[in-house]
Design a protein around this ligand. Structure first.
Ligand code: SF4
Length: 321
């Protein structure tokens, strides 16, 4: 039976299709809860990692995910890719290989996996992803100390091993690898760092290299974008497979996080409200709303109270002191 729960978004584990420069209309499939990840990247747009782990589990029931995918496919909206991504690192889901196989039984739409790549150090994870059509892993640096500074990884992950995992995955994977390089000002944008990166990327042999930078509010304010000119220079240094995919227009045309926070506050001022109310009214992804809510709580603007097993957000009553 489809997972439909009164008061909750109908598709709890899918979102979109959202327009994406690389994937056209992409149906997001969110298979781990917010925010289970093996990294805690300083540029993460989902806020800080609350469950840093390399433990693989069925974090979300497989049947719920597949029911949601089936429902979304019935919607007749244009979908160019089914994309495993979402609220954390999808390869931490123990059944990701099974989920890819089942999704491919339902449709001919190609499957993409957005991953931080760290779990490719494990042979079972590499095998799980072989049936995807496109895998988009991240590689920002070849240097362990910069790797730790950018990704704040789980203690058992070292960049040398991750690179070895990528090379091994390339050997067994017949689909396309689009390697994403996230560049940050004064962190990993120096010419000598890019030279090192190029040497390693040649060994990994991805089909494309996608250059990105921080265009959405990052987890840490000190994660700063490189400018478009610098991205173009780095693209030339990395050779013909490289292209800039950073969407600077998002910075200008999308409502800012402050504007979203303003809309959320004005709704909460009218009445106590749940996350799901905000999701259905504002049309934002649950993760984006959770991140703004956490910020408003930290700013002591709002408070949470529990009624009938649900969390309601309300304006914080201020004392007179
Ligand atoms: S950017 Fe991706 S890999 Fe990094 S912390 Fe966020 S969810 Fe995890």
């Amino acid at each position: 039976m489809p997972y439909v729960n009164a008061g909750k978004p109908k598709h709890k584990h899918t979102y979109g299709p959202v327009p994406s420069r690389r994937l056209g209309f992409s149906l997001g499939i969110d298979i781990v809860p917010h925010k289970i990840c093996s990294f805690d990247c300083i540029y993460c747009q989902l806020g800080r990692t609350t469950g840093k782990t390399v433990a693989r589990k069925d974090y979300t029931p497989v049947h719920e995910i597949l029911d949601d995918v089936r429902l979304a496919l019935q919607s007749k909206e244009q979908i160019n890719y089914l994309t495993f991504a979402g609220s954390g690192e999808p390869t931490l889901h123990k059944s990701v290989g099974h989920l890819i196989a089942e999704a491919k039984k339902m449709t001919d739409i190609p499957v993409a996996v957005l991953t931080n790549g760290s779990m490719l150090i494990f042979p079972d994870v590499r095998n799980d992803l072989v049936n995807a059509d496109v895998v988009i892993p991240t590689l920002c640096t070849t240097d362990q100390s910069i790797f730790e500074r950018i990704h704040r990884p789980h203690a058992c992950i070292e960049i040398e091993e991750v690179i070895r995992g990528y090379i091994e995955f390339r050997r067994i994977f017949k689909g396309r690898i689009w390697l994403e390089v996230m560049l940050m000002k004064d962190v990993n944008d120096k010419p000598e760092q890019i030279k090192e990166l190029r040497t390693v990327i040649e060994k990994i042999a991805p089909d494309k290299i996608h250059l990105n930078t921080v265009v959405r509010p990052p987890s840490e304010e000190y994660a700063k974008p490189v400018d478009v000119e610098m991205l173009r220079r780095i693209s030339e240094m990395l050779g013909e497979k490289a292209e800039v995919i950073a969407d600077f227009s998002r910075q200008k045309t999308q409502p800012s996080q402050d504007e979203h926070a303003g809309s959320i506050l004005s709704m909460i001022r009218r009445r106590p409200i749940t996350i799901n109310d905000l999701v259905s009214t504002l049309g934002l992804h649950e993760n984006e709303i959770i991140k703004i809510i956490e910020h408003l709580i930290a700013q002591k603007e709002i408070a949470v109270s529990r009624h009938d097993g649900k969390d309601y957000y309300e304006v914080r009553r201020r004392s007179n002191d």
